[in-house]
Design a protein around this ligand. Structure first.
Ligand code: FEO
Length: 430
């Protein structure tokens, strides 16, 4: 069993090491394992425990905690985040320290009840700026939602300038030397964690940085990976860089970007893509890019998509489906926030032509905005059909620029349509 690690005279790491873990939340690779960092803060009027650990690692956590505090000294338990890797030991901690008051973010209330399945829970829900006093130590809360759950918050120890940041600034990297100036090179793990955990919530990262950057920070104490005591602001600056719009110097502020991705078996979908581009380029203020998925790389494409305002995806139908590169591209959208971006699909087909509708369903499932019905063309596009593609590109670009207002249905039109339908039905009945 390892010993607790002292961040200062009053602050100890009381977490757990999990060096054997090789994947986290199923989707994350963890070649170095991980740590579940929890902390104890001692004030003149009691001890606060900040976060706990995964249930399977509770033995380490309690051994570390017992080395620095008695259970009857614990006055405060703070949960910065309720995911089970940080709350697994909570029920047992509450049983051993029943007098301790529980502090969670306002957004965590329902989650906590669901997590513990208890109706008699007593807790305090806090918002940004609320504090809890341990006598000569004060803990202040910063609500940082969606980093990476709705409940997430950070806690700031005012007298020692320590930020207990939850998953923010964390990474899956298990090294028992624990401090960033002692452990091995963890840059890969830090960047990988940001990309897979924080990146889909880029706007929320920017909001959180606005709360964190004004603070004086001596140490960042995250819930995973190294404790950042050497130049901690470097990691804040890195989050700022990673969350920034990459395109900001390449396009004008008033321009919109539309990317047309396509892949083609015999050139028909390529022709469609080129005509869609031609149509879109007719709309002033739209910067159009054309990418053949066959020659590209999904990881690089997803960077483009993150900064784009609109995405059109073209795939032929082969064996009743869109082709794999198109699905790979769409599945990579889970890494970023595409909600509300304009989207559409197009493609040629031989006899059944399911690909376009299937892609559209997936794009809608991602909460993207599809103002136009996709274009499907059988085999080789005719001149009229190419003109249809050009018109599709033009209208998509107009929607992007807000030229095409949403169609307003007049009541008179609806009544007329209903009358016509009724007449058609009566003809059929007769
Ligand atoms: Fe480390 Fe989101 O749990």
């Amino acid at each position: 069993m390892t010993q607790p690690v002292w961040l200062s005279e009053r602050v100890q790491w009381i977490g757990a090491f999990d060096p054997g873990m090789r994947s986290f939340d199923i989707i994350l690779k963890t070649p170095n394992g991980t740590t579940y960092n929890a902390y104890a803060v001692r004030g003149s009027e009691g001890v606060a425990v900040i976060d706990t650990v995964k249930a399977e690692c509770a033995e380490q956590f309690f051994a570390h905690l017992e080395a620095v505090a008695r259970y009857d000294e614990i006055k405060v338990i703070i949960l910065n985040h309720l995911e089970p890797d940080h709350t697994g030991a909570l029920p047992e901690l509450m049983r051993r320290a029943p007098q301790a008051k529980l502090y969670i973010s306002q957004s965590a209330q329902l989650m906590l009840k669901a997590l513990l399945n208890r109706k008699d829970l007593d807790f305090t829900a806090v918002i940004t700026g609320d504090t809890v006093s341990l006598g000569d130590r004060t803990l202040r809360f910063l609500h940082t939602p969606y980093l990476h759950w709705p409940d997430t918050q950070c806690t700031y120890l005012e007298e020692e300038f320590i930020l207990f940041s939850g998953d923010v600034f964390g990474c899956h990297f298990c090294d028992k030397r624990l401090y960033n100036d002692k452990v091995g090179d963890f840059r890969f793990a830090f960047e990988y964690y940001y990309t897979h955990i924080m990146r889909p919530f880029r706007e929320h990262v920017i909001n959180a940085l606005a709360l964190i950057e004004p603070l004086t920070i001596n140490i960042i104490a995250p819930t995973h990976g190294p404790i950042l005591r050497d130049q901690p602001t470097r990691y804040i600056e890195r989050y700022r860089e990673l969350s920034a719009q990459r395109l900001q110097n390449e396009i004008n502020a008033e321009e919109k970007t539309l990317i047309v991705f396509y892949i083609s078996a015999y050139g028909s979908t390529t022709q469609m893509a080129e005509m869609i581009r031609e149509g879109a380029e007719q709309v002033p203020g739209v910067r159009v890019s054309l990418y053949d998925m066959e020659g590209g790389d999904t990881d690089l494409f997803v960077d483009l998509v993150e900064d784009a305002d609109g995405i059109l995806v073209g795939s032929p139908t082969i064996n009743g489906d869109a082709v794999k590169p198109a699905w790979d591209l769409l599945s990579s959208f889970a890494k970023i926030n595409v909600r509300g971006k304009l989207a559409g699909a197009f493609g040629s087909y031989g006899w059944s032509g399911e690909a376009v509708r299937m892609l559209e369903d997936r794009l809608r499932g991602l909460k993207m905005r599809l103002p136009l019905e996709g274009v499907r063309i059988k085999l080789i596009p005719s001149l009229e059909e190419l003109e249809q593609c050009r018109q599709y590109g033009l209208e998509a670009a107009e929607h992007l620029m807000g030229v095409n207002a949403p169609r307003v249905l007049e009541m008179a039109d609806l009544l007329a349509a209903r009358k016509q339908t009724t007449e058609e039905l009566s003809v059929v009945t007769i």
